[in-house]
Design a protein around this ligand. Sequence first.
Ligand SMILES: [Zn+2]
Length: 285
Amino acid sequence: MDKTTTSQLLIDLHMHSTASDGMFSPSEVVHTAITRGLHVIALTDHDTTNGVLAAQTAANQAPLQVIPGIEMGCEDALRTIDILGYFIDIENEDFQNHLTEIRTYRERRAELIVEKLARLGVNISLERVYAISEGAAITRPHIARVMVEKGIVPDSQTAFNRYLANDAPAYVPRFRLTIPEAITMIHQAGGVAVLAHPGRYANPTKVIGEAIAAGVDGLEVYYPDHAPEFRQQILKITAENSLLATGGSDFHHPENGTIRMGIEAANMPTDTLSKLRERATRYSA
Ligand SMILES: [Zn+2]
């Protein structure tokens, strides 16, 4: 049976698993999606596609399609911009080599952050950070969790505010991938590139302009943090520039305020998936 011919497709194109900083394993993500009645999901872990195969395997006998995805972090001195990739060939060797390079730096980055914290009088163990990340790409939330666990800060938000945020004293930049580089990497692996949650950046218009100039294929319009007026505004930009309008929940944890798996599914036009698939044919080998 073709899993995608249902008249009302319920889609969530943005979610994380334990392959990066999510709480659920890829198969738990899949089972939750099935329970919520979703038809199509994309697993979009940070800088890795390592959870995709497990998710697809878990969905094998179920009426759920799992699109191979990724969320790539781009960073300059001031900000982090995320680019989502869909329908990537996860077996593309160049792509995977690049990702390995990025993750290797990320591990080194965790070391540098722990060193900076030590110089600020905050001592946490790098081994504990590794243990908590359970083999996933190490991100700042892992370090924040160790700090909470040790009673250094009451919660992760405080860890970010005092130490880990982009302008805080223990900040170390991520691998400096630029927006054009991320988009090119995704295209070369046969994928479609979408600017994640434009509303979360300090200057959305500027970031959207940069992403369009770099050849982005779409904007993540349907996102929990986006107000209705903002959605309308960027939907207009997608129409004017022949871009896709995608969406998703950015699911990380089961209980996370407005971010619940599938929360945008009802808002997304039914042809979202077919348009995404059609766009992907531009880049497939
Ligand atoms: Zn995300």
